[in-house]
Design a protein around this ligand. Structure first.
Ligand code: ATP
Ligand code: MG
Length: 263
């Protein structure tokens, strides 16, 4: 039940295609991630980054190759077990309908106080807010009432809010492996096409809409997942270097290049 203890990831010769008659999305992709390492994955639109993230949850199964976490081939682990031990924050999460509480605590493992605390950590409710003391149904803010209804697929939430809910769930679960797909964060060091670049100062953010939220979330991740292995997926270089800021300790960006996977 304690697997994975370390959070070491090995990808060995992954070949993934969505159907036998479709081209390979990932072709012979191999890489190693040490326990606790913060890794960024960078690649162009359609290069297969989300596919890689989904393969950790076995939403797509490789045709060849395997993913090992702490030495265990994830294809040998039951789906429910596997998915409860890792956290994936998808590019566009689907949230099941139900109450806010059931969304965050599927197996009724946490008390209200813990759930509110997680919501505070991801800044869906203000840090100093004593939400649990005024838990009334008439409350206007959906996140301050755990009995709030989340409609089908989370339609009443923005994509960012859905990602933050996934993050809150991750904080409750404290998994050893966290995979984030296009969650805006700061990246300081990265490798690009096997060259190591160290960014000391990137460009100023151009009127970034929620720079402050990004920064807060970055801090939360650094704090809550200090011991966990993190894979962060970013759409393009610009997304992650447009900040003049030393932020999250995401340390490496590897490249999943279309048809030329080299990590
Ligand atoms: P983006 O930066 O736009 O998020 P990505 O790198 O995440 O792109 P993927 O979503 O992994 O790219 O898609 C990789 C390739 O696989 C694309 O060519 C896409 O059309 C194809 N693809 C993705 N999902 C499916 C699917 N369910 N069925 C068939 N092909 C798919
Ligand atoms: Mg994607």
């Amino acid at each position: 039940t304690s697997w994975p203890l370390k959070g070491e990831i090995k990808c060995e010769g992954l070949l993934i295609r969505y159907a036998p008659d479709l081209p390979d999305v990932l072709h012979n992709l191999s890489f190693d991630i040490k326990p606790g390492e913060k890794v960024g994955v960078l690649g162009r639109t359609g290069s297969g980054k989300s596919t890689l993230a989904l393969s950790f949850f076995r939403f797509v199964e490789p045709t060849e190759g395997r993913i090992l976490i702490d030495g265990l081939d994830i294809s040998k682990i039951g789906l429910t077990d596997l998915r409860s031990k890792l956290t994936i924050i998808p590019q566009d999460p689907t949230i099941l309908s139900g109450t806010l509480r059931s969304t965050l605590d599927v197996f009724h493992e946490y008390d209200d106080k813990e759930i509110y605390e997680a919501l505070r950590r991801v800044h869906l409710i203000p840090a100093e807010d004593a939400a649990e003391e005024e838990n009334d149904a008439a409350n206007a803010n959906v996140f301050r009432n755990l009995d709030s209804n989340i409609s089908e697929g989370g339609e009443n939430l923005s994509a960012g809010e859905k990602q933050l809910l996934c993050m809150a769930r991750a904080i409750l679960k404290r998994t050893k492996v966290l995979v984030m797909d296009e969650v805006r964060v700061f990246i300081l060091f990265y490798y690009y096409e096997q060259r190591c670049l160290i960014l000391t100062s990137a460009r100023q953010a151009t009127a970034s809409v929620d720079y402050a939220t990004d920064e807060l979330i970055g801090k939360t991740i650094r704090h809550e997942f200090a011991e966990s292995t993190i894979l962060t997926i970013a759409h393009r270089l610009r997304t992650i270097i447009d900040y003049d800021r030393v932020g999250l300790d995401v340390s490496i960006v590897t490249t999943v290049a279309h048809r030329h996977p080299q990590v």
